[in-house]
Unconditional design. Structure first.
Length: 265
């Protein structure tokens, strides 16, 4: 069971296509359409208008899914966090997976959504890219109209930076002991990456590490390493079989590639 939390903003077609994509591939039990209900009289009122209009359009087009409309302020850090966290917390209580669409929301709320996703193992985040870049540019390079647009766009005023508060837990080690474990764990990730991203069993990883035989002691040691990597979301291991296959997760594969790049420098 999976729910979708769509942070509706300036786009309609791309979030719509994303929801249809996932609904065809896995059972979507609920659809939340989070739209801006911020009451403002400045330029942000335009975003709120587009957000509400697009959310209403999505609700109408996706009526069969009985979407749940949720108003919030995507320009406010606290309100964004409270709203999204509440939905994800309830989904975890209900044993549901969560897909969060950050395609068209504000930069602030994108950061909030990613932060909250780091807190829940049942959460995934996605965006629906445009088939063609849409920069809303006026004119062509060299035209007076373009230069006027560019000068205005590059000199938009700002307000003070707003830090997105992150959860305290990180993959990086916290103690000297964890630092030693982390070095070994990264070596295992690189070994998996260098060997196609998957091992048929722990014995393969032990052999790739340079040992001639997988003794009970080595099996226990590497089993603990794999368990820690599983908890960190970097590998998946088959359950309930003597020959337990181990494979990199999507994130584990990306991370292992980054580690390999560092090793080549």
């Amino acid at each position: 069971m999976t729910i979708i939390v769509c942070l509706v903003g300036t786009h309609f077609r791309r979030p719509f296509d994303g929801i249809r994509f996932w609904s065809k591939r896995q059972g979507i039990t609920r659809l939340y359409l989070l739209y801006s209900n911020a009451q403002t009289e400045d330029d942000t009122a335009i975003f709120s208008y587009m957000s509400r209009k697009n959310a209403e359009g999505l609700k109408e087009r996706l009526e069969i899914m009985d979407p749940i409309m949720v108003g919030y302020d995507p320009m406010d850090h606290r309100d964004s966090f409270r709203t999204i966290y509440g939905i994800l917390h309830q989904a975890r209580q209900d044993g549901e997976g969560v897909l969060i669409d950050i395609t068209s929301t504000t930069n602030l709320t994108q950061g909030v959504a990613l932060t909250i996703a780091l807190m829940f193992r049942n959460a995934r985040v996605y965006t629906v890219p445009s088939k063609q870049p849409a920069w809303y540019v006026n004119g062509r390079i060299g035209d007076e109209r373009f230069e006027e647009w560019f000068e205005n766009a590059r000199n938009q005023p700002s307000i003070d930076p707003l830090e997105i508060n992150l959860p305290g837990y990180r993959l990086e080690p916290h103690t000297k002991h964890e630092e030693k474990e982390w070095v070994i764990e990264q070596e295992v990730l690189k070994l998996l990456h260098d060997n196609g991203g998957e091992a048929d069993s722990i014995s393969d990883i032990i052999r790739w590490s340079g040992y001639k035989a997988a003794s009970p002691t080595l099996r226990n040691r590497y089993s603990r390493i794999i368990n820690r990597l599983e908890l960190k979301g970097l590998v998946d291991a088959d359950k309930g079989s003597k020959m337990k296959a181990i494979r990199l997760t999507g994130f584990g594969n990306i991370f292992a590639e980054a580690l390999s790049d560092l090793a080549d420098v």
